[in-house]
Write a protein that binds this ligand. Sequence first.
Ligand SMILES: C[S@@+](CC[C@H](N)C(=O)[O-])C[C@H]1O[C@@H](n2cnc3c(N)ncnc32)[C@H](O)[C@@H]1O
Length: 504
Amino acid sequence: MDSQVLNQLFRQLFRHPACQSLRPQSSSALRRSDCVRLACRDHRQCRTFLTRRGQTKRRGTDDSMMWHKRDDYPKDITEELKTYPLVTAKDLRHQRERPRQVKMLTREFIDDSLYNPNYGYFSKHATIFTPGEPFEFNKMEDGREFNQLLGDRYTEFEDRLDEIKPDIARQLWHTPTELFRPYYGEAIARYLISNYKLTLYPYHDLIIYEMGAGNGTMMLNVLDFIRDTDHEVYQRTKFKIIEISPSLADLQMKNLRDSVNAAGHMGHVEIINRSIFDWDTYVHSPCFFLALEVFDNFAHDAIRYDTKTEAPQQGGVLIDADGEFREWYSTQLDPVASRFLRVRQAAARRPFPTPLGSKMLRGLRNSLPFQNGYTLPEYIPTRLMQFFDILHAYFPAHRLITSDFSTLPDAVPGLNAPVVQTRYKRRTVPVSTPFVHQGYFDIFFPTDFNVIEDVYRAITGKLTRVLSHEEFMERWAYIEDTETRSGENPLLTWYKNASVLTTV
Ligand SMILES: C[S@@+](CC[C@H](N)C(=O)[O-])C[C@H]1O[C@@H](n2cnc3c(N)ncnc32)[C@H](O)[C@@H]1O
């Protein structure tokens, strides 16, 4: 990472007096079972750094475009909004420099920021913690000791990386696959074998796709388990990874080669370095499709509503000649966002949350003389909807198994809003807007499982079940493996804010 740019960026961040709010250290600061992708002893929080959501003002470019006048930088962007081209992440794919003098929809900006092959967050900086040797939960006293041990292993892991290549801005996080290896993978493998044997065996092979496989640990744990428990099924198992990041795809292959069972597994594995959104191969065979902590990074669109008319407006960002970001909204929704709103409306089996609030609140608001013109934005999962389109079009006989965060603390303002954060000198730094220097910040969203379950059903025509992470693990894991001496079980008590959706 370019440390000069970073130092400058962070000097700015910490100079801003309102930004500094050091959270008190507590024994749960590292555990953070409510959001376990954050792992740091010192959690420095920063707000209102780059964008301040203040007064909004309507300016006339045409009737559909509005921009935010910021009190601290009241530059009129009417002319720029008219003349700058609207570009997509795809248009910028081959660009080496971050774009200037363009405007982008929110989802396209997020996509570019996370996945641009040259400067995107996932192109170089993503490192997923792995404990190396599995944790021995049965030898630990309680959850506190696990917390402590995890902190120590985290530090050792990063010290080792720094010995090879120091990096003050290493982006490091952990996932349940890694923390609870191999037990988490074994629970998934048990689910796969049972469902395969119940419905597909012996007429079909066991074909597993995993989208976004991180270090490749799930693949290794699943294959090890199947080989050890059911050799006949193992002979018929194919594990195919679809991975967007070239460096993670390389790491997955390296970890496969380095594993003790490499020789056996090699013939069962295929690693395809491609974004799922570029997928164009029809897979007619029945298959299981794993997506674990991948939905959270799928880009969303920002929609706000006129509180009087309740009409939606779609948000975007303009990047000016100096690289400054300005938010804008348009009354004209693009086809992807408007389709999502239509599908959600048609598919919803229960009321879904809206930033307009309840009917009663709306009535009350409309009777008040002074009111804000627009709601806070809601972030709608437009890329996720497009992923369901791909499943439906190319994997008609799939069965999805997906796990992700249902809620996230410390999100930016708005409904279903993302957490936007980076790591600097081993500290997590959250900021208050997604419109920040592309590639330096993780941007990840909660998943509203009620809404996406209905959208998935509507698009694929399949039936589903949603369980909490804990319920799924109680059904499919050997929970004795992860129990501490006090009876506390981190596999069940961590990830309280995660759910699992499966096709039934
Ligand atoms: C948070 S990591 C989770 C890794 C792993 N599933 C785990 O739980 O340890 C997200 C993974 O999804 C991959 N990914 C994100 N978007 C993707 C896309 N559009 N197509 C394929 N892989 C994607 C990332 O490169 C990364 O490997």
